[in-house]
Ligand binder design. Structure first.
Ligand code: 13P
Length: 260
């Protein structure tokens, strides 16, 4: 679908003190006043959520958590629930990031529980999927993506699906400087939309926001977002500096306006 507002999310991962996070958020808020055509979401580490929320108040920039646990409360030392994150001001939650799958054993079943927990709390999930380099080299990319969609979205109906953002992040492109070419990314994005259409129908699939993530930079943002099925970005490294994050957003807006 042409001309959805580009959706640009910054995943700050395990970076920044509270003071640094607030400063970065303030610089982004200031620049965003001139960029009303984009939806902007920031995902600071847990410790900075509350402080950043205060900076985002009175702006259109929204807040995301990087993870959650699916239970609401209880004896789960070290975990944080969806209602707690909502209380801290989060409107979005990143779920199933490849770093969580890779280093913390997160599975499609766990992703599915987390999506349902976020939805129960009225928070929008940003669900990450993507293949590893080995899977791509074995020609398994589309099968991996299909399985992650099937498992992650198991039991989630079309009504709830409207609240979900999908992010395609090829694992081999994350933090490596190796971006998927616009053609490679589009091929997978179009496969994702097709799978979503099979599950939810063409209308909801067309409306779905599908982000690309993996070494997004100001220099590649325009070409990537010019692709038909790329609706925005989940940015890691380049979101840690206001200038590069804003430049990515500007380029995305420019590409979106030129999209047919
Ligand atoms: P980089 O932009 O640093 O490659 O990270 C992408 C990512 O993992 C965003 O969630």
């Amino acid at each position: 679908m042409a001309n959805k507002p580009p959706f640009i999310a910054g995943n700050w991962k395990m970076h920044l003190t509270i003071a640094e996070a607030k400063n970065l958020a303030a610089a982004i808020v200031k620049a965003c006043v001139d960029l009303p055509e984009a939806e902007i979401v920031l995902a600071p580490p847990f410790t900075a959520l509350h402080g950043v929320k205060k900076v985002l108040e009175d702006s259109s920039v929204q807040l995301a958590a990087q993870n959650l646990f699916w239970e609401e409360k209880g004896a789960f030392t070290g975990e944080i629930s969806a209602p707690m994150l909502k209380d801290a001001g989060c409107q979005y939650m990143i779920i199933g990031h490849s770093e969580r799958r890779q280093y913390f054993g997160e599975t499609d079943d766990g992703v599915n529980r987390k999506i349902k927990a976020a939805l129960r709390s009225g928070v929008f999930p940003i669900v990450c999927i993507g293949e590893t380099l080995a899977e791509r080299e074995r020609g398994e990319t589309m099968d991996v993506i299909s399985q992650q969609i099937r498992g992650g979205l198991e039991g989630i109906g079309a009504g709830d699906f409207k609240s979900i953002v999908v992010a395609y992040e090829p694992v081999w492109a994350i933090g490596t400087g190796k971006t998927a070419t616009p053609g490679q990314a589009e091929e997978v994005h179009s496969h994702i939309r097709e799978k979503l259409a099979q599950k939810y129908g063409i209308g909801p699939a067309e409306c779905a926001i599908i982000l690309y993530g993996g070494s997004v930079k100001p220099a590649n943002s325009f070409a990537l977002l010019s692709e038909k099925n790329i609706d925005g970005f989940l940015v890691g490294g380049a979101s840690l500096e206001a200038e590069s994050f804003i430049q990515i957003t500007r380029e995305a807006i420019r590409a979106s306006k030129e999209k047919k």
